[in-house]
Design a protein around this ligand. Structure first.
Ligand code: ATP
Ligand code: PRP
Length: 209
């Protein structure tokens, strides 16, 4: 029997997921922090962890490279969710997806075409379209806060937690797009073929009352 494959990214999500998996009786074998291996075995022969970029988790699960995944709602919204089920809010890596920019920026200036830098182009386009605002979206892969400082864009769309990164760069949050937390996602076909182990995992990771 193939092991159940769980896709997740190293860093914040991995660190916050390990205690949850431990409660489900799943612990990684070896030291994942120092390991360069991208498939990490667990103490359960039936469960493996796949290490992927956080923006690739939904794609791995969509195409069945992994049966389940743990991913921020921001990445999930950007992906679109095709072929995926989202049975559980894990309530970890909480933050807010926001439009940010220089203090005093008026988002509803008529006729103004804002330039928006972001690693979430689909979300940004959908958000500004829903407000009937004209925008030009510039795709970046990180350090979004630099874009308005360098004159690359008027606005950014990024996640905000404490607000410290915005503050350190003289920017402010202007508008909320969505509250974000990490979700357990499941490949639709895997839910049928691996029904029992996936149901077990959902049960063990879900809220306890
Ligand atoms: P990629 O490598 O694909 O660009 P990333 O660098 O955004 O991904 P992380 O920084 O580990 O990856 O973030 C993973 C997830 O954690 C994000 O998708 C988001 O849901 C959440 N997150 C990001 N920044 C914060 C933050 N400052 N506080 C809380 N949660 C955050
Ligand atoms: C994320 C995000 C912001 C920052 C917000 O970056 O892109 O820059 O966190 O958090 P704050 O409001 O608490 O300052 P991260 O630290 O993950 O670095 P990254 O650019 O490598 O994703």
């Amino acid at each position: 029997m193939k092991p159940l494959r769980i896709a997740l990214s190293k860093g914040r999500i991995f660190n916050e997921t390990i205690p949850l998996l431990a409660k489900a009786g799943i612990t990684p074998v070896g030291d994942p922090d120092s390991s360069r291996s991208l498939i990490i075995k667990s103490n359960q022969p039936g469960v493996e962890l796949l290490i992927v970029r956080s923006s690739d988790v939904a794609t791995y699960v969509q195409y069945g490279g992994a049966d389940v995944g743990i991913v921020g709602k921001d990445s999930l919204l950007e992906h679109g969710g095709e072929g995926l089920l989202e049975p559980l809010d894990l309530n970890i890596a909480r933050c807010r997806l926001m439009v940010c920019g220089h203090p005093g920026t008026q988002l509803d200036e008529p006729q103004h075409r804002f330039r928006v830098a972001t690693k979430y182009p689909a979300i940004a386009r959908a958000h500004f379209a829903s407000k009937a605002r004209q925008v030009e979206v510039i795709k970046l892969y990180g350090s979004m806060e630099l874009a308005p400082l360098a004159g690359l864009s008027d606005l950014i769309v990024d996640v905000v937690d404490s607000g410290a990164t915005l503050e350190a760069n003289g920017l402010v949050p202007l508008e909320l797009i969505a509250e974000i937390s990490s979700r357990l996602i499941v490949n639709r076909a895997s839910l049928k073929t691996r029904q029992q182990p996936i149901a077990n995992l959902i049960d063990k990771l879900g809220p306890k009352d």
